[in-house]
Design a protein around this ligand. Structure first.
Ligand code: HDE
Length: 752
């Protein structure tokens, strides 16, 4: 397979150099001696940051670049200092009256060091506390120029961006792979100021009006008496709320599908959820919904994988994103727009565009690509960037305005408000990650953590003392001008009648799923409701399911051992939307992780297949009985002790045991070796789990005996035993392109 790929050029080169015993040449880091095991004694300059780890360009609040060594990298110079720059001779011992004497109050270094440490933590986000961020660039196609004057969407305009992905419910330290909605928030540092697209990986929300946000979050988070369970909705309070508050039905069925457990942040769609109002140069308006479409396709974990990962690798998504970027497999998404005429009723084909519990199927309004996002640099400092980034739906640019969606209105208040507590004061826009790249010339002054030294005497308007500066701009000078929409109405606490439909689109989603996706949805509801203790909560939710679909309701009821109720209202008859299903196509396999199970005698064959994996743009990980170098040439990256199937997208089983000696460890040797001798149980676990999770498995040589000991027939779907490694890989790839071997999940006849 003749393909060159950044993964190959980066990972392969480093591994080859390590194998050769020479110091690795890491981009941006000068060639250095292999690290000594001794503690260094000579001071040296710190290594420069790698090119892909340098922070974003930063600007002072008055628009001046702050790319001084101090601005870019606060930690400079060879010697340890205090926070005041005073060189320190000893940082390991408190100042005492004799080695066994009391510590002296005058120890200012101890006092400063402990004081700062005591204040290292800031409050976590009230929602979306757990996240992972990366830098990138957005390039506009120019395709949106007829509907919006936003400069960053112009043809070939490149805009730096920072993206933060997140889960919603869990705390900062919770596991990545829990069943939950994912945040997908993008900060565009445009020439016209910061634009934040603060979206999710699910296109609808639990509530139609922001005033319900505290309710839904209180219900979804832990029980207040015990603060359990962490980061999940599988408990009574969530299903109590969802059963009583049926406008959550549509979002909830998305959560119960594969969308609630993504394979990777790189393989998620993103949605702005609300309808926005676009304005072009002529002032004409168009309503629009924002979509992110991942180049790698939309893929999910299966539930058992997600659960295992919660223990085996709670950082799975964070690690996946960081490793992909580090190895050069830069994730990409196209930004797309669904466009609707800006009619007085703001409806499209009978769908209320101001109701955030509704989608507009892509078959009715195609998603039109308007630009490309590439994430190409990891953070240099998680706290400074991912933790301190502050998004806000009110960060808008000329050409993009808000609508009267009541959910959006509440968000326009909430995001600034929350930063005051989290980032301790109103000057968080001055934090490097939040600084606009457009010049700032505001009249905000003072406050906690003010870092700007503002000049002038007249931060007010009108003034004559500062020559009248700053002046306001008109629309022709790039000012943001609200669309002069006419508004009128009585003051009421009411929702429009169109908001009463809570089930038709949940049914649309269900009917658009393939049988295997329906099977997984049934299993998810059965699991979540099965974790509830209150019988009434389960019974009430079955009534909700009956209003979506009788088969769904019956299947879940059966799993719960409860009778299935009938629908309380006639079921809608929506046309299914094939775009909602995640199955039935093939996608690029770039950056997928291929585990190669090998014994010492397989080095040559493994070397060839590892190369073929790299050539195909994927990441090979060699799994061997023990660490070290396989056959003295190939670094072993996982051992039978450290490997678990959930880390791999596909497995390749190498097998070329020498006579009388088996490739799979001590047990085999004891058993006398040979192809029929028992295989290490950890290898059997790896293979059987991968099989159960419908992952492709390839092998060659005596691999079929290994598979048969794992109880897997050589003719099973998605199992490819070939004459050599590269052919086994080729056969495996066609299944990987479809993400999983879907035939391994036979769905109940009723669901087909
Ligand atoms: Fe948020 N949301 N949200 N939200 N949201 C926050 O802001 C809020 C909603 C979303 O990576 C908070 O800085 C209200 C919808 C993301 O830093 C807070 C309502 C969507 C993130 C807040 C919503 C989102 C947040 C917490 C109901 C998808 C993480 C910390 C009206 C379109 C951003 C913070 C990051 C974060 C409020 C509903 C997406 C409290 C009141 C709908 C991706 O301000």
């Amino acid at each position: 397979m003749e393909r060159s790929h950044p993964v190959k050029s980066a990972v392969d080169k480093i591994i080859d150099t390590v194998a050769s015993g020479q110091p690795a040449e890491i981009p941006g880091v000068p060639n250095s001696e292999p690290p000594s095991l001794e503690e260094p004694t000579e001071p040296r300059e710190p290594l420069p940051p790698k090119p892909d780890q340098s922070g974003p360009d930063t600007y002072s609040p008055t628009g001046q670049p702050t790319d001084t060594p101090q601005g870019k990298m606060a930690q400079g110079g060879p010697y340890l200092t205090t926070a005041q720059g005073l060189r320190v001779r000893d940082t390991d011992h408190s100042l005492k009256a004799g080695p066994r004497g009391p510590v002296l109050l005058q120890d200012h270094h101890l006092r400063e060091k402990i004081m700062h440490f005591d204040h290292e933590r800031i409050p976590e986000r009230v929602v979306h506390a757990r996240g992972a961020g990366a830098h990138g660039v957005f390039r506009g196609y120019g395709a949106a120029s007829n509907v919006t004057r936003a400069a960053f969407l112009g043809k070939d305009v490149e805009t730096p961006v920072f993206v933060r992905f997140s889960t919603v419910i869990g705390s900062r330290g919770s596991a990545d792979t829990v069943r939950d909605t994912r945040g997908f928030a993008t900060k565009f540092y445009t020439s016209e100021g910061v634009f934040d697209l603060v979206g999710n990986n699910i296109p609808v929300f639990f509530i139609q009006d922001a005033i319900k946000f505290p309710d839904v979050i209180h219900a979804a988070k832990w029980h207040p008496d015990r603060e359990i369970p962490q980061a999940q909705t599988a408990h009574d309070t969530f299903w109590d709320f969802a059963g009583l508050h049926t406008e959550a039905t549509h979002h909830t069925i998305w959560n119960m599908s594969g969308r609630g457990i993504p394979r990777s942040y790189r393989m998620m769609e993103g949605f702005g959820v609300h309808t926005f109002r676009l304005v072009n140069e002529e002032g004409a308006t168009t309503l629009a919904k924002f979509h992110w479409k991942p180049k790698l396709g939309v893929h999910s974990l299966v539930w058992e994988e997600a659960q295992l990962l919660g223990g085996v690798d709670p950082d799975f998504h964070r690690r996946d994103l960081f490793d992909a970027i580090e190895s050069g497999a830069y994730p990409q998404w196209e930004l797309g727009l669904q466009l609707f005429p800006d009619t007085p009723d703001q409806m499209f084909e009978g769908i209320d565009l101001l109701d955030s519990t509704k989608i507009v199927p892509e078959e009715l309004a195609p998603v039109q690509p308007v630009g490309l996002l590439t994430l190409n640099a990891n953070t240099s400092n998680f706290f400074a960037e991912t933790e301190q980034v502050a998004f806000h739906v009110g960060h808008l640019v000329p050409g993009i305005d808000v609508t009267d969606d009541p959910l959006l209105a509440g968000r326009l208040f909430s995001y600034l408000d929350t930063q005051i507590t989290r980032l301790a004061g109103p000057n968080f826009p001055q934090l490097p990650i939040n600084r606009p790249h457009a010049p700032v010339n505001d009249m905000q002054r003072d406050g906690f953590h003010q870092t700007a030294v503002h000049r002038g005497v007249a931060p007010y308007r009108p003034n004559s003392l500062d020559g009248g500066c700053p002046f306001t701009a008109g629309a022709d000078q790039g000012a943001f001008v609200e669309v002069p929409v006419e508004v009128s109405g009585r003051k009421v606490r009411e929702a429009p009648a169109s908001y009463d439909d809570h089930f038709s689109q949940a049914r649309l989603f269900w009917l658009s799923m393939s049988p295997v996706e329906r099977e997984h949805i049934v299993a998810a509801y059965t699991f979540e409701l099965g974790k509830c203790y209150e019988q009434a909560v389960k019974e009430r939710y079955l009534r909700v399911l009956a209003n979506i679909d009788p088969v769904l309701c019956r299947q879940v009821a059966e799993g719960l051992g409860l009778p299935a109720p009938d629908a309380a209202q006639p079921l809608a008859d929506p046309t299914p939307s094939p775009a909602l299903s995640q199955i039935g196509q093939t996608w690029p396999t770039d950056g997928r992780i291929i585990g190669i199970i090998a014994g010492d005698d397989d080095a040559e064959a493994v070397g060839a297949v590892r190369q073929a994996v790299l050539d195909a743009g994927m990441v090979p990980l060699i799994i061997a009985p023990t660490g070290g170098m396989l056959g003295g040439t190939l670094p072993v990256q996982r051992t039978f002790t450290t490997a678990r199937s959930v880390e791999f997208d596909a497995l390749l089983v190498a097998s070329a045991p020498a006579p009388g000696k088996d490739a799979y460890g001590a047990r085999d040797a004891k058993a006398g070796g040979g192809a029929d001798s028992p295989v290490d149980p950890r290898v059997l676990l790896l293979i059987t789990e991968a099989y159960r999770h419908a992952k492709p498995i390839g092998g060659w040589g005596a691999a079929s005996q290994v598979l048969s000991q794992a109880g897997i027939p050589a003719q099973a779907p998605g199992v490819v035993v070939a004459d050599d490694g590269p052919s086994a890989l080729d056969g495996t790839l066609q299944f990987l392109a479809a993400h999983r071997v879907w035939d391994r999940f036979p769905a109940a006849a009723e669901l087909t």
